[in-house]
Design a protein. Sequence first.
Length: 291
Amino acid sequence: MGTLRLTAADLRGFSAPPKVRNLHNGYRSASWTAPAKLADGCRERIFDVVADVATRTFETDHSNYWKARKEQNFFDQVSNFTLTLAPDDEVVGWAGYQRKRFFGKRVVYLDAAGLLPAHRRSKLSARVQARFLITEVLLRNPFGHTYVVLRTQNPGIHAGFTKTFGPDRVFPQPDRPVPEQVQRLGVATMRWLGHRPEQIDAEKLVVREALGGLLSQLYGQAPRSGDPELDGFFAEHIGTTDCFALITKASAGPLLAFMAREASRQAATRLGRHLGVALGGVRHAMRRVSR
């Protein structure tokens, strides 16, 4: 069976066309900020393509997972849905989030996301996620806190949020308890997502039998972060059908600081690359002169 295709030209003909923006090196994002406006036929095409991309991404059949999302009226619930397009117009990734309030606190729930392995070197998923955070943290709530929540079995995602916001703002952590307020938000969000009280371990932010076992289809093999302590923490507390409710207390200050560090690091990398090329040219010239 060939790869299912959905091009930018196709998307422009949809009942609710997405906003297409440049991402990096010819890659683009196609985002809907009101996905509920999509007609049924457009939804079907997106579901089919994303199920195909997800199956190739995680090397396990995702047709049942996205069939369940369809039955749950996914596009009527999600606040933003984004496809990642490669330079040749192929859909190579997807992501989305839902916006809620619990106990007067702003909550952004990051839904399932993925990117084909062959396209991961440009950190496209991080770029899409950064746009989500910039919109919800910097633009919509610059002077307060936004609790970013996702269900995950992947310690690498945990490590990424900890790197961005610091261990004091990301829960759970291997070496410290989860604050009571964060526990309450976790329970409320998981209940809203349809989990029963007996499935939720509030103190550890663990959800048992997440999505009725469907979450276990997301990965063909157990993901790793490269941090043995963190990987061990995940292995100890969640089984193949369980997940963590990962919660980040996000605000503008830490996000801006991280963005500044990344910009500085990238500038230093570019400078080092340019200096290396220049020095290589100088050495070559000196060798020619010395002959």
